[in-house]
Design a protein around this ligand. Structure first.
Ligand code: BG6
Length: 489
């Protein structure tokens, strides 16, 4: 049988994503012996650089984080020897034809499989795909293309991008990354639901009062204001990362673990959504704030952001699924930059115990006594369940305690970076964690009318101080549905 080889070309090789995530993830895979026996990595960008310069650049961000095995340095050398650089234009078939020649040299007559990672702005996706498909796609193996968001700004632009890509590629060649799907606890969500008897039967309106999906960062958009101002937090985080977690959380049991079966169920959730109402959304923008003598800049203090920008850096929304399982259950999403903490979690608040015998033992706030399941995606990955428990002793007082699965104390293995899993899946042709075009369309259809309304009506975001808990409006929104955000308790 003919031996095969995989060539990975990273377009935008000198960009941040490539340096910080893609090359380190490829090295981690190599280190763990997960890459195929024959592989080559090409960095591709416009600037002139030699192979040696690329290797020096890449080596700066590679770490031996997995464990401190002695051969790490040696492995790094071996890995770097497989990395090359090609300087070329993004829209020139000749540049890609030259790349093709270099790839062939490395492939040395083996069966060729080619993976193109487009770590470049989306306005040049189609140029690259067009010239790559003409001049550099594999003649006897597979050709796959990984793309990163933003996939457009709304339904129309996203559809145009998809149409453009599909002129040159089949849907199954396109791997749309949402790196939150590569996070350990997001992947574990289905395991938790479908392999434990104790959760799935409770997973419905009958037992769940509300679900909260939150994302917060304790830093602002410094350094990427230009990009951010054109998108805002709803497009940057909610429409993709939070919505993806949401669909995995809420979907029906798939027929199997096959990518198509899972993505069918995810798409169904999106097609069952009630339209998002403006009154169910709160937007915010951070302003400068001085704390402990340190002053933190406001969003519009960034020179690349217009002074009068109305772009939200925070948003909270209440979403509803119009189906038998979830009718009436509020799903509250919250995403924000420059907040008091960095965290992403899913919080499930269960219903009250009917006729609770112990209600007197909770004081006045019975709400605080309902069970909660928290899946902390990051940092300090954990799954914990809040339960009521008798305080040991002669009296009858109840205490809220956690049944706690903290990953760092339970497992000694380090959690791989999301990009490691996703790159490996793309190499292996596993599509489960990538977004199919119908999912993408449905995600945009949900958010586009709201985004248009916010922009047309020029809705002003509520200002919140850098490092705070965000706009108070988010609490009123939750209160409207009898919900208390988890982090307040
Ligand atoms: C990206 C967003 O998709 O995700 C960034 O564009 C955000 O704004 C980032 O900071 C967060 O990713 P992570 O993995 O660091 O939580």
């Amino acid at each position: 049988e003919q031996e095969s080889t995989v060539s990975i070309t990273v377009f935008g090789a000198s960009g941040d994503l490539a340096k910080k995530k893609i090359f380190p993830a490829l090295f981690a895979l190599y280190y763990e012996d997960c890459l195929p026996k024959h592989f080559t990595i090409f960095g591709y960008a416009r600037s002139k650089m030699t192979d040696a310069e690329l290797r020096t650049m890449v080596s700066k961000t590679l770490t031996c984080r997995i464990d401190k095995r002695e051969n790490c340095g040696q492995k790094m050398e071996q890995f770097l020897e497989r990395c090359f650089y090609h300087s070329g234009q993004y829209d020139l078939e000749e540049s890609l034809a030259e790349l093709d020649k270099k790839l062939k040299e490395q492939e040395a007559g083996r069966l060729s499989n080619r993976l193109f990672y487009l770590s470049i702005p989306p306005n040049i996706f189609i140029d690259v795909v067009k010239s790559a498909s003409k001049s550099a796609s594999s003649k006897n193996g597979w050709t796959r293309v990984i793309v990163e968001k933003p996939f457009g700004r709304d339904t129309e632009s996203s559809a145009a991008l998809t149409r453009g890509l599909k002129q040159y590629l089949e849907e199954d060649q396109i791997f749309r990354i949402d790196h939150y799907l590569g996070k350990e606890l997001v992947e574990n969500l289905s395991v938790l639901r479908f392999s434990n008897l104790v959760f799935e039967p409770l997973w419905s309106r009958q037992y769940i009062r509300n679900v909260q999906l939150t994302f917060s960062e304790d830093f602002g958009t410094e350094g990427r204001g230009g990009y951010f101002d054109n998108y805002g937090i709803i497009r940057d985080i909610m429409q993709n990362h939070l919505l993806q977690i949401f669909t995995l959380f809420a979907m029906e049991t798939p027929i199997s673990l096959d990518a198509e079966d899972i993505r069918n169920e995810k798409a169904k959730v999106l097609h069952s959504m009630k339209p998002l109402q403006l009154e169910d959304v709160v937007i915010g923008q951070y302003k400068s704030h001085t704390r402990n003598g340190i002053s933190y800049p406001g969003y519009t203090d960034d020179k690349t952001v217009p002074k009068n920008s109305l772009t939200p850096t925070f948003a909270a929304a209440a979403l509803f699924i119009d189906n038998a399982r979830w009718d009436g259950v509020p799903f509250l999403m919250k995403a924000g930059k420059a907040l008091h903490t960095k965290q992403a979690e899913i919080r499930v608040q269960f219903c009250h115990v009917p006729g609770n015998l112990y209600k007197r033992c909770f004081g006045t706030d019975i709400d605080l006594a309902t069970n909660e399941l928290i899946i902390r995606v990051q940092p300090d990955e954990a799954i914990y369940l809040k339960i009521n428990n008798k305080l040991p002793g002669l009296g009858m007082k109840l205490d809220r305690s956690n049944l706690n699965l903290l990953y760092s104390s339970r497992y000694s293995k380090e959690i791989p970076d999301a990009y490691e899993r996703l790159l490996l899946d793309a190499i292996e042709g596993e599509r489960r964690l990538f977004i199919r075009s119908d999912e993408l369309d449905a995600a945009w259809e949900l958010f586009t009318p709201l985004l248009k309304e916010l922009e047309e009506k020029k809705i002003a975001p509520e200002l919140y101080p850098y490092g705070s808990r965000g706009p108070v409006g988010a609490h009123y929104l939750a209160a409207k549905y009898n919900v208390r955000w988890g982090d307040v308790n």
